[in-house]
Write a protein that binds this ligand. Structure first.
Ligand SMILES: [Zn+2]
Length: 129
């Protein structure tokens, strides 16, 4: 079990991370479609835009994970794997405070993802939400 001190520490880390990500994600509107007469510029802009959108996707997903972790802190389920309900190791939580799954379940989910079963983790997360 995590001590109150540890939980407070994780809460602080998660809140900081959430604020940081919210700032980044709220800049989403900053991605504008720049028109250029120069065809080469067009290509360059399109590539930059695509990269920015991909980064935002990742950050939005991370933000969601961080928010869910904060909610688990509130309802005292933080540090427990959403899938097998075993405790997530403190070492893992220190590395990834918003981890929703223990390392075994995460590896399993990652394997499924590589197999093209992208929805599994999504399902697990939305069921938990
Ligand atoms: Zn697990």
């Amino acid at each position: 079990m995590l001590t109150k001190i540890e939980l407070t520490k994780f809460k602080k880390i998660l809140e900081q991370k959430r604020d940081e990500l919210e700032r980044v994600v709220s800049n989403r509107d900053a991605i504008t479609i720049e028109k250029s007469a120069d065809a080469l510029d067009e290509v360059q802009h399109a590539a930059e835009r695509e990269l920015a959108i991909r980064n935002l996707d990742r950050e939005s997903n991370l933000l969601r994970s961080v928010r869910l972790a904060l909610r688990r802190l509130d309802d005292n389920s933080f540090g427990t794997c959403l899938h097998c309900e075993e405790e997530i190791s403190p070492k893992r939580l220190n590395a990834v405070p918003w981890a929703a799954f223990c390392i075994q379940c995460q590896e399993q989910a990652d394997r499924h993802r590589e197999d093209g079963e992208d929805e599994l983790l999504e399902d697990m997360l939305s069921n938990a939400a």
